[in-house]
Design a protein around this ligand. Structure first.
Ligand SMILES: [Zn+2]
Length: 228
């Protein structure tokens, strides 16, 4: 075993420990990160200059191109509203403290948080007694969107946590094919460790980013992977 093999082995171990220890890692993203790490650090063919890293990762995953595209698109860093968070039904308070009307909603809209830009969804029924709450909340919510910052992402952004690469291009390419459509890079950065802290969202720890040596069949002239 050469010293390069030993180094690769140690780094791959550290990568696997970190990947398995990341609680918010979807299974597909985990598989892709481990495959890219293995191809870069452990693959006996890793120094072959003709080898296309992505094609090799796809092969060891026993996947086709379409599957890899879906895995990349699923990791596109973005904010997604959780429509199931919060109460269901009309949210106008009842006379009895702490209770909500709860009837089926006729009017629905969102309000943006002034710090995180995240959305809260509101719903109200059509009864006259709930109308004043609807109107007050709606006025406040309408004003909130302009004042709020762009939402802090809460999904994806894990591939750039581990690898240095032109992710913006990859994400654009993948999301154009399978969505989320009209994706654009978040203003807070592509990598989840760059995002500002948001309540209820644990920031992932940073990890030394591994440089992917072959990009789209186009070789970056670094013969060996290295940690940056
Ligand atoms: Zn109501």
């Amino acid at each position: 075993m050469t010293s390069d093999d030993r180094l690769g082995q140690a780094r791959y171990c550290a990568l696997a420990d970190r990947v398995y220890g990341e609680p918010r890692m979807p299974a597909g993203t985990r598989d892709l990160i481990l495959a890219l790490g293995w191809v870069t650090l452990r693959d006996p063919r890793r120094h072959d200059p003709t080898l296309d890293l992505w094609a090799r990762a796809r092969d060891i995953l026993n996947a086709d191109d379409a599957h890899v595209v879906r895995l990349i698109a699923a990791d596109a860093p973005r904010y997604e509203i959780d429509w199931h968070a919060g109460p269901q039904g009309c949210q106008a308070p009842m006379a009895r403290a702490g209770q909500l009307c709860g009837r089926g909603t006729v009017y629905g809209f969102t309000e943006s948080d002034p710090v995180t830009g995240w959305a809260t969804s509101w719903g109200f029924c059509g009864r006259a007694r709930c109308r004043p709450y609807l109107e007050t909340t709606h006025r406040r919510a309408a004003a909130s969107h302009e004042a709020a910052p762009k939402p802090i992402p809460n999904k994806g952004g894990l591939l750039p946590l581990f690898f240095q690469f032109n992710w913006e291009r990859r994400y654009l390419h993948a999301t154009k094919q399978v969505g989320p459509f009209h994706w654009s890079p978040p203003v807070y950065g592509l990598s989840a460790d760059e995002w500002p802290e948001a309540p209820g969202q644990d920031p992932p720890q940073a990890f030394p980013k591994l440089r992917l040596i072959a990009a789209d069949g186009e070789l970056i002239p670094a013969a060996r992977p290295r940690l940056l």
